[in-house]
Every structure is written in structure tokens, then in C-alpha cells.
Write a protein that binds this ligand. Structure first.
Ligand code: ADP
Ligand code: MG
Length: 744
């Protein structure tokens, strides 16, 4: 089956509730497998089969489905380059200035202004006799667009959208002689729409500015001259220059120069870092003080900055349960309130023979507040902002569904190596069996580990390569996740790994391990014979203990640690960071980690967070409610497998991500409560004749604005704990390892 996945801009997408309706319409089309329309980004992600018919014919169907909901809309396929350019232009001005220069918004303001003046004039006693005609002119002026939209919606058999509701309410108001109300409702509806549009633009813009972390061009050095070249055409090993004050366009290694770089847009850390020749620098960082020459190490696509961009931009399509619930709720809310309006107009008049005009007027209050706008906007605005705020702090959340899972979590499960510990093994000792010697032990181990990038492998190779070179390469190589490696050479097979691997390979003469030993031991065997072992020690991250305390403050009840390492080592590390002994599981293979995750999760019906580094724990990262991986520079597989990516290896970001999620959920719930609450109060007042249409429309627009402003608070979120975490001492800090926690 041939599947096509594409992303489009929906130009002219006007209302929040329309996006959900469009999704429903498009889903009905045959061959469409998946669709997500996001109001905040105005993007549509669609997946379809092109086996039975042409892509064109499917897209034609899609377009006509969309037009059914909103007539003056068109699709545009996203062109990444142009997309970037338009971002750039947008960013230079503030939103109000820009709005004032936007001819459409100016036109809107003029229309609203004139009809507001006309409305005021119509109140003046002197013009009393012209009241109807003045109001009618004001009404047509401000309502023309809404009326026109309603017309085309009716032709498309699409009722109950905001335009229809407003048209109905205002026309009925006119019919019963309430001209001022008719005009006012239309007027304030338009004002509300305008403000809402400006606020959504602002949210969008602030996210865009967070994402504006990659220059489009780099200064490429070719034969001693530099040419500004688009980053897409630069390859690894090319040499580029970065001037002070410029952003680093691509990941690379410094070949010349010294500088201080600001990593804040990648990691959220505000402290700049000193770099010199030989250091690696990441794209997206700002080169602050010196002139640098770099050798590029990654293409644009693989570079850190564009990885972050891709992840955040796709986040809008993974919706939270609350968002889904609210769109569903809005779908029933509007018709239900409309039905109530009809009953209010009809029953008292027909059954109790009350004056029709009075009850029709009361029913209009219902029609006005049946608009779902504030409601459908209230949640996505908060979550959209939260994703932006998190990414500003070096936490990339791949969708709002994970915000909710983070918020709801009561359990955090850590992988040990590289997550709670630094993953930088120091070799404590090398021991050899009488049949061999130390040199051979480290040599054979390094030969076998050549292809592995496990932290243990890295340190063994580093130790060996201090004095030697790897001269013989393996004929075949096998990595046993959570066990070790086995490599075949012309002189025999070498196994390097833990006792479990040795057992499965049937290696003889393995020495008994000292039960009290706190370090990680790796055995080395040639063919079936044990030749020696390497004892290594890893240290917990400096702030691990503090992070675990902070997690408790953030509402986490249980912290677990899983590891493929030995029990004694695991318990030693667990004790020093504050994980309870009964919450430590050792000797696990990757698939066993998944089983344990499942059984821990079963105990509570809340979501459980798994934090890993992608090394031997990808299965759990994928399957967990929220899989958090450490390090954007890490493996693509880990980034792909996880739901949240912490851009550096700072575990403090885990409680931080929970705080951000909790805050955004709080704002979202406040918004729901405010918008539903106010609507409900107005409904009650309306039934008893205490709320006029003026109050209804004020309440409706007012609530939308309050919800929008409330949601903006998430953009001002200040990290709770990142400034404190560097001075925390876990007792493992000596001069050497306290020096720099954040090498780049
Ligand atoms: P953790 O679960 O703590 O992240 P891993 O699952 O990565 O640890 O590894 C568990 C154990 O398996 C290690 O402590 C080590 O004994 C062994 N091991 C895994 N990979 C290797 C390797 N490449 N070389 C040697 N030993 C390895
Ligand atoms: Mg691991």
C-alpha cells in the first residue's frame, strides 16, 4: 500500500471550532488514513493511500470538504524555505505595530469604528426618527462579512457555526425591533474576533521567535575566500566561519579561535560557556565574543537546531485528552443551547400564552452565548504556549497529550547509566587471569568494543587509545543490549560484558565477585576462557539527589531505578541519590525493563514517566506514557523513541517539565471554568429576564479575551529550580568533577 504523508497551510482558517469540523469532514473521505488540523499553527497534517486513485483527486476532495466548512479558504503545501523566510519578516516588529500596518486589520478597525459611531448617533434623541435606518447601515457595515459567510455556509449545508449564530441572533433582534442590540451584538462579535486573532497571532509569534534559532546561511570557506552559502548545501567536513554575535548555523568542531557561546536557546541555561579549538559546538547557540572557524560535523537536517525545529513544529498535531474533550463538548454544546433558546421562545408563548416578544428576546441571549469560541480556544492556547515555554527551557515536548501525562504522573522511573549517573566510566583497575596479562585484557576489550558506543565501551577504548591504536578489526560483531559485546577475530572470539553474558556464552573460570564491591565490573574472555576483568566506576550526576527531592515536591510519589548493572552497584548508586532499596531493579535486559515498567505502572492508574538515555532502553521509551530522553545530540533513535527530549543531560529539567505541565493544565482548567461558568450564569440570568443581549455579548467577548490573556501567562513562566541546581552537592563532588557540569 502506498502511503503519502503531507503537511499543508490552511490559508484563511478563521475559527477555532472550524478546525475540528474540517477534521471530521476530511476523515469521511475514502483513502484518507489520518488527518489533523491545528488552529494555532494553521497547519494540516494528512496521510492518505494513493493506491486506488490519484493524489490530485484525493486532494480535490479534501479541498472541497474544507470549503464546506469555510468557503474562502485554500490549501498551500508547505515549502520549508519560504516558511523560514516569512518567519523572519514577521519577527522584526511587535504585534501591535504590525497589526496597524496590516491593511486587513486597519480596514477592520475602520469598519468597527464607523459603525460604533453610527450606533452612538442612533441613541441621540435628535435622530430618534432615523433610528432604524442608522442602525441598519451600521449593521450592514459591520455585519456584511458575517452575513456573507452565513450565506455560503447555508449553501454548503453547514449550520451552527459562529457566523450563523450571530446572523440568527441579530436578525431576530431586528425583527422584534431591538435595533441597537442587533448592531451591538454584531459589533462586539467583530471586536472580539479581532482581539482574539491578534492574541493568537501573538502566541504564534512568540513560539516562532523561540524557534528562530538557525540562520539560513553560513560563511563557507573555499580556497581562502568566504561565501555566504545556504546551510542546506553545506556538507560535513566543510569549513565555515562564525563572527562574534552570530548564531552558529551547523553543528561542528572548532578548528580555530576561542570564544564564549550562549547555549540558552538550545538548553535554556543562561550561563555562557567558554570554548576553544577542539571543542564541539551546537547549531543554534550564539557565538558571543570571538571569531571562530569550524569544521562542520553534521548536515543541516542532522544538526541540533533543525532537529529541535522539526520536533516542536510537529507537536501541534498530538492533541491532549482535554482538547479533544472540549472540541467534542463544543460540538454538542452549541446545538443544545440553541434548542434551549427555541424552547424558551416557544413554550412560554404557546403554552402559557405569555407575550411572544419578551420570550423571543430572552431566547436571543441564549443564541448569543451559544458561541463556543472562548471554550474551544481556551485549552489549545494554554498547551500551545506551554510547548513553547518548555522548549525555551530546553525541554522539547512532542505534543500536548504528553503535557497531560506529565501533569498526571505519580511515578518516575529512571534508567541508571547515563541518566542518573554521568555515564562517564573511570577505569579503577584492570585484573588479569594467570593465563593472560593486563595489556592483553584492555587490548582485547578495546578491539571488541570498537563499534559499540556504550559509555563503558567508550571509556575502555579511550584508555587503550591513550598509548595504542586499534590495528585489527572484527570479522563479525554482535552487541547484546544490557549484556555486552561479542566480536570474532582471526585469532578467536572475544566476549566483553557482565556475568550474565559470560554465563550464556559458557565462559569458564569466572571469579566470584566480592559482594561488597560497589563498582561495575566487565569480564573479558577469549574463546571460552576468562582472561581478566576491568573494574569501572561511574558517578551519580551532581544534582541527582536534589532532583529526586524536587520530584517529590512536584507531586511524584514513587521514584524507581532500573539497570542492567549488578545489584550491589545499583544499590550503591541508588542509596547515594535517594532511591529506596525496594525501588531498585538490577540485572535487567532491555525487554525486562519494559516488563518492570509495566508492573510498576499497573500498581497505580496514573501515568508513569520513564527517563532514559536511549542506550539499551529504547523499548521502554517508546512504550511508556511519557518517555523522556536525555540529550538532543544523542542518537536519533532515542529522540525518535521518546515523547519529551531534554536538550542537554540536565535531569533537573524533569521536575521542571512537570511544573510547566501542571501550570499549563491549571490555566487550561481555569479557562474552561471561566468560560463555561460565565456562560452558565448569563443563561440563568437570561431566562429570568435579568440579562440583556448587551450583557450576553459582552460576557461572550469578555470571556474570550480573559481566556486568551490568561493563557498568555504560560509564556511568562519562570523556571522554578534551574538556578539552584548547580550549587547542590551530593557528596560526590570533588574539585575535579565539580568544575564543569555542562561541557558542550
Ligand atoms: P543501564 O541499565 O544502567 O543503563 P545498560 O543496560 O546499558 O545499563 O548495561 C547494563 C550492563 O550490561 C552494564 O553494566 C555492563 O555490565 C553490560 N554492558 C552493556 N553494554 C556493554 C558493552 N558495550 N560492553 C561491556 N559491557 C556492557
Ligand atoms: Mg542506559
Amino acid at each position: 500500500m502506498k502511503n503519502v504523508k503531507k503537511e499543508y497551510y490552511i490559508n484563511g482558517l478563521g475559527c477555532a471550532s472550524c478546525s475540528a469540523k474540517m477534521e471530521r469532514e476530511i476523515r469521511k473521505i475514502e483513502d484518507v488514513r489520518f488527518v489533523s488540523v491545528d488552529y494555532m499553527t494553521k497547519k494540516m497534517l494528512i496521510e492518505y493511500d494513493i493506491e486506488n486513485r490519484s493524489e490530485q483527486s484525493i486532494l480535490k476532495n479534501v479541498e472541497s470538504s474544507i470549503k464546506k466548512i469555510e468557503a474562502d479558504i485554500y490549501l498551500k503545501q508547505i515549502d520549508e524555505k519560504k516558511d523560514k523566510k516569512s518567519k523572519k519578516q514577521d519577527l522584526n516588529k511587535n504585534i501591535f505595530k504590525r497589526s496597524m500596518e496590516d491593511p486587513n486589520i486597519l480596514k477592520e478597525i475602520t469598519i468597527i469604528g464607523i459603525s460604533l459611531i453610527l450606533l452612538i448617533v442612533s441613541f441621540i434623541h435628535y435622530f430618534k426618527q432615523y433610528e432604524f435606518i442608522i442602525c441598519l447601515i451600521a449593521y450592514i457595515l459591520v455585519g456584511f462579512r458575517v452575513l456573507k459567510k452565513t450565506g455560503s455556509n447555508i449553501r454548503n449545508k453547514n449550520y451552527f457555526d459562529e457566523n450563523f449564530l450571530m446572523t440568527l441572533a441579530t436578525l431576530v433582534a431586528f425583527a422584534i425591533g431591538q435595533y441597537h442590540e442587533g448592531v451591538a451584538v454584531m459589533l462586539f462579535y467583530r471586536v472580539g474576533e479581532l482581539l482574539q486573532q491578534m492574541a493568537v497571532d501573538k502566541s504564534r509569534e512568540s513560539l516562532k521567535s523561540l524557534l528562530d534559532i538557525q540562520p539560513e546561511e553560513a560563511r563557507l570557506v573555499t580556497q581562502n575566500i568566504t561565501i555566504k552559502t545556504p546551510i542546506e548545501s553545506i556538507r560535513p567536513k566543510d569549513i565555515i566561519q562564525v563572527f562574534p554575535g552570530e548564531r552558529i548555523p551547523l553543528d561542528g568542531i572548532i578548528t580555530y579561535g576561542e570564544s564564549r557561546v550562549d547555549l540558552s536557546s538550545i538548553t535554556g541555561e543562561s550561563m555562557p560557556v567558554d570554548v576553544k579549538a577542539g571543542d564541539e559546538v551546537l547549531s543554534g547557540c550564539v557565538n558571543q565574543t570571538g571569531f571562530l572557524t569550524l569544521e562542520v560535523t553534521k548536515t543541516n537536517k542532522e544538526s541540533t537546531a533543525s532537529k529541535i525545529l522539526q520536533l516542536v513544529e510537529n507537536a501541534a498535531h498530538k492533541k491532549s485528552k482535554t482538547e479533544k474533550f472540549i472540541t467534542k463538548f463544543a460540538r454538542y454544546y452549541t446545538p443544545a443551547v440553541l434548542l434551549a433558546a427555541a424552547l424558551i421562545a416557544i413554550i412560554p408563548t404557546l403554552v402559557f400564552l405569555q407575550p411572544a416578544e419578551k420570550w423571543i428576546y430572552r431566547s436571543l441571549v441564549f443564541i448569543v452565548i451559544s458561541c463556543p469560541c472562548a471554550l474551544v480556544l481556551s485549552v489549545p492556547l494554554c498547551y500551545f504556549g506551554a510547548i513553547g515555554t518548555a522548549s525555551k527551557n530546553g525541554i522539547i515536548i512532542k505534543g500536548s497529550q504528553y503535557i497531560e501525562a506529565l501533569e498526571n504522573a505519580k511515578t518516575v522511573i529512571f534508567d541508571k547509566t547515563g541518566t542518573l549517573t554521568k555515564g562517564e566510566f573511570e577505569i579503577i583497575s584492570i585484573e588479569s587471569h594467570e593465563s593472560s596479562n593486563k595489556e592483553n585484557v584492555i587490548k582485547y576489550a578495546a578491539y571488541a568494543e570498537e563499534k559499540s558506543n556504550h559509555p563503558i565501551a567508550e571509556s575502555i577504548k579511550k584508555e587503550f587509545k591513550k598509548k595504542n591504536k586499534v590495528e585489527i578489526f572484527a570479522e563479525s560483531y554482535n552487541e547484546f543490549p544490557g549484556g555486552g559485546v561479542v566480536a570474532k577475530f582471526d585469532f578467536g572470539e572475544i566476549s566483553v560484558g557482565n556475568s550474565r553474558l559470560m554465563k550464556t556464552k559458557g565462559i569458564k573460570n569466572i571469579p566470584d565477585i566480592d559482594k561488597n564491591e560497589n563498582n561495575t565490573a566487565v569480564y573479558v574472555a577469549l574463546e571460552q576462557n576468562y582472561i581478566g576483568r576491568i573494574v569501572l566506576s561511574d558517578k551519580p550526576k551532581l544534582n541527582a539527589k536534589y532532583v529526586i527531592k524536587e520530584l517529590e515536591k512536584a507531586g511524584i510519589e514513587n521514584v524507581y531505578m532500573l539497570t542492567g548493572d549488578r545489584q550491589t552497584e545499583a544499590e550503591y548508586i541508588g542509596k547515594s541519590v535517594g532511591v529506596k532499596k525496594e525501588n531498585i531493579y538490577s540485572n535487567l535486559r532491555p525487554e525486562q525493563k519494559l516488563d518492570i515498567y509495566g508492573s510498576i505502572k499497573e500498581k497505580s492508574n496514573k501515568s508513569a514517566i520513564f527517563v532514559g538515555d536511549g542506550m539499551n532502553d529504547a523499548p521502554v521509551l517508546v512504550r511508556s506514557d511519557v518517555g523522556i530522553s536525555m540529550g538532543i545530540a544523542g542518537s536519533d533513535a532515542a529522540i525518535e523513541a521518546s515523547d519529551v527530549v531534554i536538550t542537554n543531560d540536565e535531569i533537573m529539567k524533569i521536575p521542571e517539565s512537570i511544573y510547566i505541565s501542571k501550570y499549563s493544565k491549571k490555566l487550561a482548567y481555569q479557562n474552561i471554568a471561566i468560560s463555561l461558568g460565565v456562560k452558565f450564569i448569563i443563561m440563568i440570568l437570561g431566562i429570568f429576564g435579568h440579562a440583556t443581549m448587551w450583557e450576553a455579548v459582552f460576557a461572550d467577548v469578555g470571556v474570550t479575551i480573559i481566556a486568551v490573556l490568561n493563557a498568555q501567562r504560560i509564556l511568562m513562566y519562570k523556571p522554578k529550580s534551574s538556578s539552584k541546581n548547580k550549587i547542590i552537592n551530593t557528596g560526590f563532588c570533588n574539585k575535579e568533577n565539580c568544575a564543569s557540569e555542562h561541557p558542550i
